[in-house]
Ligand binder design. Structure first.
Ligand SMILES: NC(=O)c1ccc[n+]([C@@H]2O[C@H](COP(=O)([O-])OP(=O)(O)OC[C@H]3O[C@@H](n4cnc5c(N)ncnc54)[C@H](OP(=O)(O)O)[C@@H]3O)[C@@H](O)[C@H]2O)c1
Length: 230
């Protein structure tokens, strides 16, 4: 895959802005868009992320080497799936009832959110990360590699090469990683899981992931899978 020079962020809200700040600090070029006109976000970007380029979704995607989806989950189908064709895409989204409304209207209960996003963007390679840490923690807990108090993010997806590339990217953004090669394992960090909202060291994150089936949420997911099989 091509070297990452420009990071494209769809969504100029809380998470999008923080990820843009981290990416700029890490030395990447950054392009970012919101749902409306460029003018609508231009001043915010100039003020909060000086150096990043406010653009349209099209302008972000066409000029970026990696795309971060940082929009409400209920809105991803507003983006034409063809726009992201051939792109490496990070899914930082979660279902959140206050923003997204009734879950069944947004998600098929039999699949994880990232599997559904991948199905929709079927010509893109999706990797899930940055979703389980709150934006304040993403902003405040990023550290250079090797720092004693560094935190970790879970990175998972079906394409090994893409997962490894995204894990390297996450490392440059200030976090250690715990890696899985299965997009469906994104469930381990979805809302309701012990890891949702958590900012943990790599050892602690690894420990929860390794014992996911023993967590309350993990037990519920296991039961649901068993019911589905019957
Ligand atoms: N908040 C957190 O701590 C946190 C942490 C990790 C992950 N996440 C996840 O990240 C996503 C964004 O959360 P947030 O808290 O940053 O939300 P937010 O503050 O409401 O920001 C969402 C942004 O997405 C933009 N947007 C909506 N539809 C769009 C489209 N079709 N194209 C481009 N931009 C679009 C919105 O633009 P307009 O304002 O113009 O509509 C807004 O700038 C959610 O899925 C959330 O679950 C959140």
């Amino acid at each position: 895959m091509a070297e990452i020079k420009t990071v494209g962020i769809l969504g100029a809200g809380k998470v999008g802005i923080v990820l843009a700040q981290l990416a700029l600090k890490a030395g990447y070029n950054v392009r970012i868009s919101g749902s409306g006109s460029v003018q609508k976000i231009a001043l915010t970007i100039e003020t909060l992320v000086p150096g990043a380029i406010a653009s349209t979704n099209q302008g972000v995607v066409s000029k970026s080497d990696i795309i971060l989806l940082a929009i409400p989950l209920s809105r991803y189908k507003n983006i034409n799936s063809k726009l992201l064709k051939g792109k490496l895409v990070i899914d930082a989204m979660n279902y959140w009832w206050e923003t997204d409304g009734i879950r069944e209207e947004v998600l098929d209960p039999s699949l994880t959110s990232s599997e559904q996003v991948q199905q929709y963007f079927s010509k893109s390679t999706l990797v899930k990360t940055f979703n389980h840490m709150g934006y304040h923690n993403l902003q405040e807990d990023a550290r250079p590699e090797g720092a004693d108090d560094r935190k970790a993010l879970f990175v998972t997806g079906n394409d090994h090469e893409a997962v490894d590339e995204v894990a390297d990217f996450v490392n440059t953004m200030g976090f250690d990683t715990v890696i899985h090669y299965n997009l469906a394992d994104g469930i381990m960090t979805e809302p309701g899981s012990e890891l949702f909202g958590a900012s943990l060291s790599k050892a602690d994150l690894q420990n929860v992931i390794d014992h996911f089936d023993e967590t309350e949420f993990g037990k519920k997911i296991k039961e649901a899978h068993e019911e589905q099989k019957q």
